[in-house]
Write a protein that binds this ligand. Structure first.
Ligand SMILES: C[S@@+](CC[C@H](N)C(=O)[O-])C[C@H]1O[C@@H](n2cnc3c(N)ncnc32)[C@H](O)[C@@H]1O
Length: 366
């Protein structure tokens, strides 16, 4: 079933001669018989067909399953028009509840009333040189990044209610600064480490595949719904007491235990191309991660404020979970993607990895 076998063998024989120095490459071709040439043509034809089949199966199939939102400004005008602008904020009767503002947070936050939010989620640019849709964020020295951190903390702190909670996302390096500075504004309660798996390998350093999320509150009387953020884990040692399962349940899918989450999160992947939540934003957070923060620190009807909204993950997740939101994002294209996702959330409330009121392990197909 290998029609090119003869052709391969003959060419090979010719080349053996070449290596021995007895025959130049040109003569190898001349030596090819008529049969060899037709075999060669057939072989190339065969390879061509196989390559096309492979392309159709893998590449075309993949592009059909690729759900990444990457709408251009020209096609997303309606979504952009659904955003508020800085000029709108100055208006008297403007409603900020369930709004996305396309503006610079340092200008927009002045118009946001005191104590609007029950929860603030902030995912600022990490101190890395990174491109956000053509605009570069450049790595600063530590003193400048600290000054930048204080600037956005100053701009936003009036918006959080007394008794409200704040979460701030960082990588390990910005975490050294943000964790310390956050303590000047709020009561720092914990540092969550999210093992996000994906990350670039480094030749002279450890691959960076974790992020920190600082948890702080404004005051001591704060909300924490531990029962709403349980993890459903497969039971490895199914202990029984008097013949009955001890703290675990036997279901059709196997033996499971619902446990309290720790401050180490290893069950959440970054969004990828086959997930409907995925956009082309370079630093998008997963909805599953936002859901855990929102469920722990708010009740239905509460409001979540995010001044670095990006592709809108916190706002979309808030909406899916029956909370209100307000987001600010300065980049128009990201605003379009966020609005597009907010529209999708009108009809689809699913959050990958969170089902039946519990968080499932990574790759649990939920
Ligand atoms: C790390 S990303 C946030 C990603 C977001 N959590 C998500 O899931 O898509 C930071 C975002 O803040 C935006 N940003 C940076 N500086 C800003 C500013 N001064 N005002 C408003 N948005 C800003 C950037 O354009 C970027 O989209």
């Amino acid at each position: 079933m290998r029609p090119w076998r003869n052709w391969q063998t003959r060419t090979f024989e010719g080349r053996v001669g070449d290596r021995a120095g007895s025959s130049p490459a040109g003569r190898t071709i001349k030596k090819m018989s008529h049969r060899s040439r037709s075999d060669a043509i057939f072989f190339m034809y065969y390879v061509g067909i196989r390559t096309k089949m492979w392309y159709d199966y893998h590449v075309m199939n993949e592009s059909h399953r690729n759900k990444t939102i990457n709408t251009e400004i020209a096609d997303g005008k309606a979504y952009l028009n659904a955003c508020l602008r800085l000029e709108d904020l100055a208006g008297k009767d403007i409603c900020l509840i369930d709004s996305l503002v396309c503006a610079d947070l340092f200008k927009a936050c002045k118009y946001v009333p005191d104590e609007l939010a029950d929860l603030m989620i902030l995912d600022p640019p990490y101190n890395l040189t990174k491109e956000y849709n053509g605009e570069n964020f450049s790595k600063m020295n530590a003193a400048d990044y600290e000054a930048y951190t204080r600037r956005w903390l100053d701009a936003t702190s009036h918006i959080l209610k007394t008794g409200g909670s704040i979460y701030v996302c960082c990588d390990w390096e910005s975490s050294l600064i943000i964790g310390r500075v956050l303590g000047d504004y709020y009561t720092v309660r914990n540092r969550i480490t999210w093992q996000r798996e994906k990350g670039r390998g480094a030749k002279s350093n450890w691959k960076n595949s974790m992020e920190d999320i600082w948890f702080a509150t404004k005051g001591d009387d704060y909300l924490f719904n531990i029962d709403d953020v349980k993890l459903r884990r497969k039971v490895i040692a199914p202990y029984r007491e008097d013949g009955h399962p001890k703290d675990w349940e036997e279901t059709e899918d196997g033996k499971f235990r619902d446990t309290h989450p720790s401050n180490f999160w290893d069950d959440i992947t970054v969004p990828f191309w086959s997930m409907s939540e995925n956009t082309a934003h370079p630093a998008q957070k997963p909805e599953k991660l936002m859901a855990r923060l929102i469920l722990a620190s708010t009740n239905k009807g509460d409001l979540i404020f995010d001044p670095f909204a990006g592709s809108g993950t916190s706002c979309v997740t808030a909406k899916k979970l029956g909370r209100h939101y307000m987001g600010i994002e300065k980049d128009e294209r990201y605003c379009i993607w966020a609005q597009q996702r907010l529209e999708m959330a009108d009809t689809d409330h699913r959050i990958q990895g969170y089902e039946e009121g519990v968080f499932w392990e990574r790759n649990a197909r939920r």
